[in-house]
Ligand binder design. Structure first.
Ligand SMILES: Nc1ncnc2c1ncn2[C@@H]1O[C@H](COP(=O)(O)OP(=O)(O)O)[C@@H](O)[C@H]1O
Ligand SMILES: Nc1ccn([C@@H]2O[C@H](COP(=O)(O)OP(=O)(O)O)[C@@H](O)[C@H]2O)c(=O)n1
Length: 220
C-alpha cells in the first residue's frame, strides 16, 4: 500500500513545525522534523571541534551520526547517546545548520535517514526540500510562508517563552541571512514545488492554517 505523504516547506518561523505537529496528530500520521537532523549535525560538528570550512570532516560526521528521536510531551533528541534537546532550538544552532546544509554531499548522506520516516499510516514532513527533493512523489504539498518581520517576531516570542535570551534586531538580521543562504544554495534550495499549495500565514491563525491543510488532505 502506498504511504501518503504531506510535505510542508517554507522559511524559518513560518509555522511549519507547529502546524505539522498538529496536523500529524489529527491525522494519526508520523512526523519528520528534517530541520532537527541538520541542527543535530551542526551540534555534532561543534562538539567534535570540526571547522565549519572542513567539508570532508562534516560529511564524515554526518555519516557517523547516530540520532534517536523520542516523541513524548516534547521531542527528545539524542546524538550519539547524548541528550541534545535543549541545544536544538538555539538560533546559533539553526544558523550553523544552514551552513552544513549547503554542502551537497551532506544532503546526499542524510537523504536515506529522512526517507526512512515514510511509513504507514502516513507522514507529515517539514523542511525546505521535502516536496521538491526528498518526497517529490508526495500527493499533498504545502509551501508555508509569512512576512520576514512577522516570522522574526514569532521566533523572538518563541525563544523568550522557552527562557532563551533573544534580541529582535539580531533575530531579524539572522533570519534574513539564513533565508538568503537557504534560497541561494546550489543543492536543494528552499523553493516552492510547482504542485504545492501556497499559504501565507502572516495574517492567519494557527488553527486556520491547520484547517486549510486538513482540507487539502481530505479532498484527496
Ligand atoms: N499562524 C500563526 N500565527 C501566529 N503565530 C504562529 C503561527 N504559526 C506559528 N506561530 C508561532 O510562531 C513560532 C514559530 O513557529 P514554528 O512552527 O517553530 O516555525 P518553523 O518551524 O516554520 O520555523 C511558534 O512560537 C509558533 O507558535
Ligand atoms: N529539509 C531541510 C530542513 C532544514 N534545512 C536547514 O536546516 C536549517 C534549520 O532548519 P529548521 O527547519 O530547524 O529551521 P526553522 O525553520 O525552525 O528556523 C535551515 O535553515 C536549513 O538550512 C535544510 O536545508 N533542509
Amino acid at each position: 500500500m502506498a504511504v501518503p505523504v504531506l510535505t510542508i516547506d517554507g522559511p524559518s518561523g513560518a509555522g511549519k513545525g507547529t502546524v505539522s505537529r498538529l496536523v500529524a496528530k489529527m491525522l494519526g500520521w508520523h512526523y519528520l522534523d528534517s530541520g532537527s537532523i541538520y541542527r543535530s549535525l551542526a551540534l555534532a560538528v561543534s562538539k567534535q571541534g570540526i571547522d565549519l570550512a572542513d567539508e570532508a570532516g562534516i560529511v564524515k560526521a554526518a555519516e557517523a551520526m547516530r540520532l534517536e528521536f523520542e516523541c513524548g510531551e516534547e521531542l527528545t533528541v539524542r546524538l550519539n547517546g547524548q541528550d541534545i534537546t535543549a541545544e536544538i532550538p538555539l538560533e546559533s544552532t539553526g544558523n550553523r545548520a544552514s551552513t552544513v546544509a549547503a554542502i551537497p554531499e551532506v544532503r546526499r548522506v542524510l537523504l536515506k535517514k529522512q526517507r526512512d520516516f515514510k511509513q504507514l499510516p502516513g507522514l507529515v514532513a517539514d523542511g525546505r526540500d521535502m516536496g521538491t527533493v526528498v518526497f517529490p512523489e508526495a500527493p499533498f504539498k504545502v509551501f508555508l510562508t509569512a512576512s520576514a518581520s512577522e516570522r522574526a517576531v514569532r521566533r523572538y516570542k518563541q525563544l523568550k517563552e522557552k527562557g532563551i535570551d533573544a534580541n529582535l534586531v539580531q533575530i531579524t538580521n539572522e533570519i534574513e541571512e539564513r533565508d538568503r543562504r537557504d534560497r541561494e544554495r546550489a543543492t536543494a534550495p528552499l523553493a516552492m514545488a510547482s504542485d504545492a499549495l501556497f499559504l501565507d500565514s502572516s495574517d492567519m491563525t494557527i488553527d486556520s492554517v491547520v484547517e486549510e491543510i486538513l482540507n487539502l488532505v481530505r479532498k484527496g
